[in-house]
Design a binder for this molecule. Sequence first.
Ligand code: GLY
Length: 353
Amino acid sequence: MSTSRRDFLGAGAAAAAGLLVGSTLEAQRAAPVVARAQLAGRPTVMGSGNGIRGVARAYDQVMRGTDPLDAIIAGVNIQELDPEDQSVGLGGLPNEEGVVQLDASCMHGPSKRAGAVGCLEDIATPSLVAKAVMDYTDHTLLVGKGAKKFALAMGFREQNLLTEKSRQDWLRWKSRLNKDDFWLDHDDDVKVKFTSGTINMNAVNAAGDLSSVTTTSGYSWKLDGRLGDSPIPGAGQYCDNTVGAAGSTGRGEACIKVCGAFHIVEQMRNGATPEQAVMRTMERMVAMTEPRLLDEKGRPRFGLQFYALAKDGRTAAATLYEGARYAVCDDKGPRLLDCAYMYRRADMPRGAW
Ligand code: GLY
């Protein structure tokens, strides 16, 4: 694992501030926050690699003075409204009954508010509905029929989210479930798709104000009513305006058990660099994985990524298996950077997904 010079200097500055303000418990608690506040002011947008177009749009908006949460929601809307993206929003792969059910959550650092929706049907932009829950209700999470009723009342447009491509993929999956059922298999050479794809995005503006959002169609072929980590503030995304923001993509069941995004932010609160924070959370997640999901060497048979943005604009991401990249946009423009990783790609267990 590498520690960049910038990370090292950031941690050093926080430690130095701790020494200067004295040794009472109160002072020690305040120290890192003081240091971070001094470092704030480098606008940055970052998140999962599929958000490379979105981080550019969001950064542009942040630089024009748009609120960071509105900016990153505009960023993830690109994926949500893209019918070719089968992991988020319109065109997402459906559940086992052929119904597209969407999840999203968001947090707004300056106002300390959060909103979320789960199992939302027929509305292409769950991130915006999550923000409407945050803006217009005293609740944090609405699910299922209630979430849709709320969205319609708020003026969101109802539409069929199951594209022809995703419907064909669902039928292909269904026909292969059981060779003894009454569905005939076709296209024997075509692989049945599976996705746990998701998009997470986090931003900090020049004032040091932070926000986070995560949106997904969840696992393809999931059980009706399944929620992953994305609609859960503290799991799929989390933001604390004094520290940083974080998020997750991949196997939500694994992230939920370690409160992934919250754990990352808490690590940074306690002085970890973004890279240390995501790697420690990954280690905790592996330690909390049940044996049936591990290979003989204790390596998970699934994929999971964590993303971290510190208040001062430092970023990092971690993936279980080497090869994933994450998206960043700052004054150097949009680009993909390598995620830190736990295991080499060559060591990925056979059949891992
Ligand atoms: N991380 C997305 C999901 O598990 O649904």
